[in-house]
Structure formats: C-alpha cells, structure tokens
Design a binder for this molecule. Structure first.
Ligand code: HEM
Ligand code: 2DC
Length: 471
C-alpha cells in the first residue's frame, strides 16, 4: 500500500519562516527556479507551505495524468488572491468574474462560452480576422525597414507585439479593428495595455502576502492593482458598449461573422453582466500571453537558423498546395505548430497548473487527500532530462513523434478548465509566424542569453533585441 501523506518530503511545517527564506532568495521573481531546485532536492514530489498556502508539487507527466484524470466536472485551480480581493472590493459595478467562479455557475458559463470561443464549428471564422492582423504586422515591419537606411529593422518588439496581440484579440471579440498597428494609436488603448502589465506585475507580490493586509495599510501595490483593474474594466466596457449600440441600431450585417461578443449577445444565453465580465477577461488575457510567447518563439528561431529554414520550406510548400486557402494551409504545417509547442515547453506562460483534488489520489506512491492543492510544475517539467531528452535544445521535431507526448504538452492546461483562449492564441501565433517567416529572416545578437522572470506570468528578464531582414 501507498505511504501516508505526512511522509511526503518537504518543509511544510513553518509557513512564515518558509516565506521569509523564499523572499530572501528573490522568490517573488524567481518562483520557477526555486521550484526546479526543490525538485532536485526532494525528488518528484514535495510539500510546501508559503505563508498560509499549502500545496503538493509534482513534475512527472504520469502524476499529471493521474491528477487530471480525477478532476471531475468542476475542476478548480488556485484562485489568485488579489483578483478575488479586487472583485470583493468593487462588488458594485462589476460583480461577476469567471476566474473566481465555481461549481455549476462556472460550468454553465463555460459550456456556453466554449461554443463561441473554442469549438471547431466557430474557430474557422477566426482565421480571416486574425490573418488580416498578421498581414498588417508584416506591412508595418516593411515600413520600418524602408525608414531605416540599413535595409533591416532592429528593435525590442515587446510593445509592438502587445499592440498586435490586443488588435488580434479585439478583432475576434468585437469584429472591429482598433488601428493599433499604425503610427498614431489611441492613447486609451496604450493605457489598457499598460494596465494589464501593471495588473500582472502587482499581482505577484500579493500571491503570498494577503491583499487584505496590504489594503488596510494602503500599500502602493494594492492601490496600483485596483487602479489597473479599474482601467481594464472601464476600457473594455467602452468597447463593449460600442458593439452593443451598433447591434441595437442594426448596423452590423447579418451575413458575415461579426465576432464573439455579438454572437454571445444575440444568443442571449448568458446575462449581459456575465458576458461583459467574460469578454473583459478575454481582452485582458489576450495581451501579454501571446505577445510574450511570440517574442520567445522569434528568439528561439533566431538562435536556430536551420530550423527557421525548415519552417520556411514547410510554409512555402503548404502555400503552393493550398492556393490561397488559409484554412487548408493551416492543416499542412506540422513543424510550425510543433515550434509553438516547443516554445511553450521552454517558456510556458504559467509556471504551474493547479487543481484541488476532489477525492483521495495516489501520487508517487503517497496518499494525497481530497481538497489538497496540487501544482504541476510545467516549467520544471519542460526542462527536466527525465521527460525531454536534451531539454536545453530547441527541437520542435520532438513533438512529431507520437510516443513522446503523453501529458507533456500542457502549456494551455488540460481538460474542461483549460485555457479558454487556446484556439484564438494558437491561430493568432501560427498566422503571425507564417507571415513573418515568409517575409523576413529573424536574427538576434549572438552570445546574449535571455533568462526568465516571474511576474505572475513568466517573461524575459531583459529586453530582447531582434533583427528582421528581408529574405
Ligand atoms: C486560463 C495559458 C492565451 C484567456 C489559462 C491557463 C493556462 C493558460 C495555463 C490555466 C488552464 C488550466 O488551469 O488548465 C495560456 C497561454 C496563452 C494563453 C500559454 C498564449 C500563449 C490566452 C488568451 C486568452 C486567454 C489569448 C483570451 C482570449 C484565458 C482565460 C482562462 C485562461 C479566460 C481561464 C479559463 C477558466 O478558468 O475557465 N491560460 N493562455 N488565454 N486563459 Fe489562457
Ligand atoms: C501564477 O502560484 C502562479 O492565462 C500561481 O489569460 C498559480 C497561478 C494560478 C493561475 C494562473 C497564474 C499562476 C498565471 C496566469 C494564468 C492564471 C490562470 C489564468 C492566467 C495562467 C500560474 C492567464 C494569464 C489568463 C489571465 C486572464 C485574466 C486577465 C483575467
């Protein structure tokens, strides 16, 4: 029989002392590295208590499989405390928030949303909308190249990609272009982008220090956090109101696909406040996630010119075969899709996936009781030679072998609670990379190694300078 829970290795008896040590090791920005060390010290399972939060941490894909197979109909992940605190604080105008919903309330919302955001019937309609934004990004790069006397464009693309990502997700949500890939952009949109970054940035210190405490002492982190969320909701509300007005005035054509928001409004299956909360979350969730992943993807491709060439060959062949049909093209680019997976292996957005167990399960031969918070360390898993041969190598081809993928490609989570924006994100990133690779060579400075920082999501620890050169 399996061993008792109390024997799981780790230091879980002194929560506050652990939090102090954690802080000393630069923990708030170093979560991912500390986790890797702990797996080295304790093995593939360890228990931890930081402040008031207790968890069991696992790294083995077999254990991830056991966890997700037992998650049931209403999976719950760790609720980000400052997000919950903000919602409580502003109970008035924006009472609903799906990240904090549970049980049947969450599931009802989520099943309705899935049909409009994730299902195979609808995602084909996203392709033209995301494709035009990808093409416009390429046009913008050409303009920058023409402006420079050197015949290429070298820059830190972070903010350009934020704008690209927001333009993309808004085109799919609202069926409208914001014009963020032009020289003069709406200052409100830039404020929204900055607010999302600030919201993430102020979240990480409040993961372990209770937000209620920071709120009582009026700490700057809490005040900034509230201000960031307020900006996010106010701006999203303006976008939503515009579409709502157009719909009532019948200004939108009935024939073409006009975006997720109008479909949700016309369907009338969710209350309007609920639709608003969900659309706002998608708008905010769609900025830093895909843009950072694309930055990492270009960085890795710049360091592997031969893989870049292989991808280009694949894209040109697929293009010739598809004869202008983007949907068809997207079905014949396996290596490009594998490259996105490979990027998320080395550079996942989320350092862990988490679930509360719904029943007793056995992990690494230990009994884990029901209602335990279990975290799958996907950053650590992606860099462990036990699960990926030569993990330090960027090698998309590893994903093309059918035998080696079992519970390893978890960048978007798993099951009914997986990333809601997954299909939007995948299409957006695939289309972006197709257009970039068929136009430009992507290069970066040799010998500059970029590390990772935890800012709630994992991001580069310094600006990445990329050079785009016409083929
Ligand atoms: C949840 C990753 C892009 C909206 C998640 C989760 C992960 C994730 C790991 C947790 C899943 C789980 O617990 O199983 C990513 C990555 C992205 C990305 C890697 C891009 C590279 C997006 C985009 C949107 C979005 C573009 C918005 C359109 C959401 C939402 C949730 C979520 C709303 C919560 C879903 C729920 O609780 O029902 N994402 N995401 N994400 N993501 Fe994403
Ligand atoms: C952060 O210990 C580290 O996709 C914590 O688009 C555990 C944790 C819980 C939930 C995770 C979060 C981490 C990282 C950011 C995630 C979030 C769930 C959704 C969110 C992964 C790993 C994200 C970025 C969403 C954000 C939507 C939001 C703007 C409403």
């Amino acid at each position: 029989v399996a061993r008792p829970f109390s024997e799981v290795p780790g230091s879980w008896k002194t929560g506050w002392l652990n939090l102090y040590h954690f802080w000393q090791k630069g923990g708030f920005h170093n979560v991912h590295n500390i986790m890797m060390h702990k797996f080295k010290d304790f093995g593939p399972i360890y228990r931890e208590k930081l402040g008031i939060y207790e968890s069991v941490n696992i790294i083995d894909p077999e254990d991830a499989a056991t966890l997700f197979r037992s998650e049931g109909m209403y999976p719950e992940r760790f609720m980000v405390p400052p997000w919950v605190a903000y919602r409580d604080f502003r109970m008035g105008p924006f009472p609903l928030d799906r990240t904090g919903r549970k049980g049947e309330a969450w599931r009802h919302d989520r099943l309705t949303l899935n049909k409009e955001v994730l299902s195979l019937q609808v995602i084909d309609s996203f392709v033209p909308l995301l494709n035009e934004v990808g093409e416009d990004f390429v046009k913008r790069v050409w303009v920058q190249i023409q402006k420079s006397s050197r015949g290429r464009w070298t820059a830190d693309l972070a903010n350009e990609l934020f704008r690209f990502a927001l333009e993309s997700v808004c085109n799919v949500l609202y069926g409208t272009r914001l014009g963020l890939l032009q020289d003069f952009i709406d200052p409100e949109a830039q404020k929204f982008i900055d607010a999302v970054t600030l919201m993430f940035h102020t979240t990480s210190p409040m993961l372990y220090i209770p937000p209620s405490l920071l709120r009582r002492i009026n700490s700057k982190t809490w005040l900034d956090h509230v201000q960031a969320w307020d900006m996010i909701f106010t701006h999203a509300d303006k976008c939503i109101q515009n579409i709502y007005r157009d719909l009532r005035l019948n200004r939108r054509s009935a024939k073409e696909y006009t975006g997720i928001l109008s479909c949700l409004l016309l369907q009338d299956k969710l209350p309007i406040d609920d639709i608003k909360a969900n659309v706002t979350e998608m708008m905010a969730g769609g900025v830093d996630t895909t843009s950072m992943t694309l930055q990492w993807a270009m960085y890795e491709l710049a360091r592997s010119p031969s893989i870049q060439e292989q991808l280009r060959a694949e894209i040109f062949a697929a293009k010739a075969k598809a004869q202008g049909d983007m949907l068809k093209l997207l079905k014949s680019i396996p290596l490009l899709k594998a490259s996105v997976k490979e990027t998320l292996r080395l550079h996942p957005v989320a350092v862990t996936l988490q679930r509360y167990t719904t029943q007793e399960i056995i992990l690494q031969d230990y009994f884990i009781p029901a209602k335990t918070l279990v975290q799958v360390g996907i950053y650590a898993m992606g860099r462990d030679p036990k699960f990926f041969t030569k993990p330090e190598l960027f090698n998309p081809e590893r994903w093309l072998k059918t035998d080696s993928k079992y519970f390893r490609g978890l960048g978007f989570g798993f099951g009914p609670r997986q990333c809601l924006g997954r299909r939007i994100a995948e299409l957006e990133m695939q289309l972006f990379l197709i257009h970039m690779l068929e136009n430009f060579k992507i290069e970066t400075k040799r010998g500059v190694n970029i590390g990772t920082t935890f800012d709630l999501i994992l991001i580069p620890d310094k600006p990445i300078s990329l050079t785009l050169r016409p083929l």
